[in-house]
Design a protein around this ligand. Sequence first.
Ligand code: OFO
Length: 240
Amino acid sequence: MDSPRLRYAGRPSLLRKDGGEKEIYTNLLKGFDESTDSILSVDLWLKPFAYFLVYYAMETNRLSATLAAALNQQMTNEAHNAQIYLAYASWASDKGYEGIANFLFRHANEERNHMMKILEYILKRGAKVKVASIPDPGPDPESVNDCFEKVFKSEVDNTSSIYNIVNMSMAEKDWATWNFMQWFVKEQTEEETLALDLLSKIKVAGGVNAKDDALYVLDNDLGKTPDDATLAQDVTVEKP
Ligand code: OFO
């Protein structure tokens, strides 16, 4: 058998950057393993160098370009939702609804945490994070009722984009991303449920025409409302 040094030395194709590097380096290592000559120079100098090349030529990005783009976009969506909650919380505080403001400020933080979860996931899968500009949260709500209708709508919109990523990961058989996204599916169900529960309470208080005394009670109530809603799958006969 030829010496691996003769077979591979000085081949310009070793340096090519057309995606074939991995195969070339793997063959290179195989050649060294089969080598019987010049053990000293191969083992001491060339083999560590080849391992170095294999390491750096290895594909470490585990996300497709499409999924990476969708996840990066989702990061911006979560940041956008955080801005919406922040804007509405500031509006509520300005109107004197401190309980509602507190509730919305807490949710702004939750959305930001969601953004961080996705950012961390993209990094951990070896893809590139792109922090983009966040769209404007839009005009202030016109009433408490309007505020929660808008919150519900932004949650539903966000659910659609989450489902879209779930569909994409399923089509690509990227089960790691599919599994990661299940946390968001559950979270969105909780948030939609919470927003719907609040809208029902506001309706009982009079909806768009809710009077100040009813809004006062609601505001007090919202200051104590837990951040998570009870989901249908967690309900039992004992704990309806
Ligand atoms: Fe990120 O949970 Fe709502 O949108």
